[in-house]
Write a protein that binds this ligand. Structure first.
Ligand code: GAL
Length: 435
């Protein structure tokens, strides 16, 4: 599915960012991942409870139950988009040595944290037994490897830098199409406000502002400078970052008030309900928009909503990948291995991804199942010349501590609206965490 061009881009990315670090140092673990162990049940931990997310998980669960009739599937998902609450619960379970049998972890820096803390097992025998190495792009394997060992089973590739918009409101605002730069975006937001009285940009809980921030940084700085922010010694204090943060502050003036009670679903839904013109959200929004009732909204691409790369980021795929792990001390190891088999299979991924709004992590998926936006996403992913950037909010570039430090800085900014303070907090966060 992926041609050599994409593989080369992956390689450059991995060398430039986290993948390099993943290969360098760390701790090992046993190789007892061949199966065996209690298979009476499997407790699978994720944050896919809400509309649009739960459907994908349920599709894989059904496949699992069909293939493993003797194993009870315990869905331990904890609500909260982007895992804000789930990750706190998971951290305390891991610390108290009460791990689930398998948990969701993002490829990249986030996974490296679990590996370095000795919380997950390497899966090399499992990969060998299931012929998985050849199923994935080698450069994705680098993002989940450490000292040459593989630590998780990726199920998908999501795109974070997506703009979802309501075509009618955009037209009513007198705009000819979606904005293609951050400057155009700000003009468009003003036009929506002045001419339509609708919400220019919908936003939800605080993490959706963090998510917006990564798209604004990418759109203003460009791919190379954005990617450079996450390398050791990166300088966040320069004028280009000041400009991006000033634009972020300006854009935030056109959002709904930060509402902890509204998660991404509420913010994205405002667009298809004709209440808001724009929403910047990962492509899990597509699964939610087009999925069927009761969870999905059953909306039509092209009429109820349209999409484009977030302003200024066309030609760059800001990616993230959900993967599943085998925690050390998993109580139902046999169940966990059976789950990872489904998560790593072509069939499992082709059931999961069309509902989830993501493209498969495997190279051999059945392309005909990916329609509408997902066909576009597969084409973009494979397009010669497409650039890659890692989502910091969704685990690729920032460790959990850096992620938390940025979130704290954004939280303070939402109160103070002080760009200078935001930038110095981000400079400090980079100094404390970039390595
Ligand atoms: C991301 C995750 C996606 C989706 C999203 C919104 O972190 O990778 O699969 O769940 O959060 O909750």
């Amino acid at each position: 599915m992926r041609g050599p061009a994409v593989e080369i881009r992956w390689k450059a990315l991995a060398a430039a960012a986290v993948g390099g670090a993943l290969l360098l140092s760390g701790c090992g673990g046993g190789d007892d991942d061949k199966g065996g162990g209690d298979a009476s049940q499997v407790e699978v931990f994720s944050w896919w409870t809400g509309p649009g997310e739960a459907d994908g998980l349920n599709a894989m669960k059904a496949d699992f139950e069909k293939k493993n009739p003797g194993t009870k599937f315990v869905n331990a998902a904890i609500a909260g988009g982007s895992g804000t609450q789930a990750q706190a619960v998971l951290a305390s379970r891991l610390q108290n040595r009460k791990p689930p049998d398998s948990f969701q972890g993002h490829a990249g820096a986030e996974l490296l944290d679990y590996i370095k803390q000795g919380q997950i097992e390497p899966l090399d025998s499992f990969y060998a037994d299931n012929n998985l190495r050849q199923a994935y792009p080698p450069q994705l394997l680098e993002q989940i490897s450490y000292q040459g060992k593989i630590y998780s089973v990726p199920v998908n590739i999501h795109r974070s830098n997506m703009l979802w918009y309501n075509p009618k409101i955009v037209k009513d605002a007198g705009l000819s199409g979606p904005p293609t730069s951050v400057a155009e975006f700000i003009t468009a937001l003003k036009a929506v406000k002045d001419k339509t009285g609708k919400v220019p940009l919908s936003l939800g809980a605080q993490w959706t502002a963090d998510h917006l921030l990564e798209s604004v940084l990418l759109g203003d700085l460009g791919t190379d400078a954005y990617n450079a922010l996450w390398k050791p010694g990166a300088d966040w204090s320069g004028p280009a970052v000041t400009k991006a943060l000033t634009d972020f502050a300006e854009i935030m003036k056109y959002t709904t008030a930060e509402a902890a009670s509204t998660d991404w679903q509420g913010a994205s839904k405002a667009v298809v309900d004709g209440k808001a013109a724009f929403n910047i959200m990962g492509d899990w929004a597509y699964g939610y928009f087009t999925g069927s009732a009761p969870n999905g909204l059953g909306k039509k691409d092209g009429t109820d909503f349209k999409y484009a790369a977030s302003p200024g980021t066309d030609g760059t795929y800001m990616w993230l990948s959900d993967s599943f792990t085998l925690p050390k001390g998993a109580p139902h190891r046999g169940g966990a291995i059976a789950w990872l088999k489904v998560a790593g299979s072509k069939e499992g991924q082709d059931l999961f991804n069309p509902k989830k709004g993501s493209i498969p992590a495997r190279k051999d998926a059945d392309k005909s199942l990916y329609k509408g936006y997902l066909e576009y996403a597969l084409n973009e992913w494979n397009k010669p010349g497409i650039k890659l950037a890692g989502s910091f909010w969704h685990g690729v570039y920032a460790s959990k501590r850096w992620h938390a430090d940025i979130d704290a800085a954004v939280g303070l900014f939402l109160q103070s609206k002080d760009v200078g303070k935001l930038q110095s907090a981000l400079v400090t966060a980079a100094k404390n965490n970039a390595q």
